[in-house]
Ligand binder design. Structure first.
Ligand code: FES
Length: 178
């Protein structure tokens, strides 16, 4: 149950001396296709990160280094893009990720009740993954649906006007499907 919240650029301390993890054939082909859409390869950074994450489930330091090499950037530049987007995971996550918005509207409309219910249900803290690797629980900044607060993303699906009970139902459904 290793916490994975520390993804912001200031706290993430990557050791770029670590060995590069080369892009696999699919990653290389898909990233090359994205590069063609842009005048500069650097513009494909977020797409490259998404491609690697789709393949690996997360983006390791070694893969950041490989992306940097492919896009002619420094690893720190790629890392700063990765840590800016909260949907790019820089540490391993569970098969289902539940991201609960903790920004102001959702906080006012019941974030704390949601967080309490779901941490009790899964017996893990925010930022942790269940021991069976099924579910990772993350707080996340505003998801752009403030008028439907409180909201969360469960398995890439934005769910609005949640209650603790409706969130637990979604969690149990996700558990059945993983
Ligand atoms: S504050 Fe939660 S969606 Fe904006």
């Amino acid at each position: 149950m290793t916490p994975i919240i520390a993804t912001d650029a200031a706290t993430h301390c990557a050791d770029w001396r670590l060995k590069i993890e080369p892009l696999n054939e699919h990653e290389e082909t898909a990233i090359a296709a994205q590069i063609h859409h842009y005048p500069q390869p650097q513009a494909a950074t977020i797409e490259a990160l998404k491609i690697v994450q789709q393949q690996q489930g997360w983006v390791s330091d070694g893969k950041v280094k490989a992306i940097a090499q492919r896009l002619k950037m420094s690893p720190d530049e790629v890392d700063s893009v990765a840590t800016f987007y909260n949907k790019i995971y820089r540490q391993p996550v569970g098969r289902t990720v539940i991201s609960i918005c903790d920004s102001v509207s959702c906080w006012i409309m019941g974030y704390q009740g949601l967080a309490q219910a779901v941490t009790q249900e899964l017996n893990i803290a925010l930022g942790e993954t269940t021991p069976d690797g099924a579910i990772t629980l993350l707080p996340t900044p505003c998801l752009g649906a403030c008028d439907h607060a409180p909201v969360a993303i469960v398995d890439d699906q934005l769910t609005r006007q949640l209650t603790p009970a409706s969130l637990i139902l979604l969690v149990r459904r996700a558990q059945e499907q993983t």
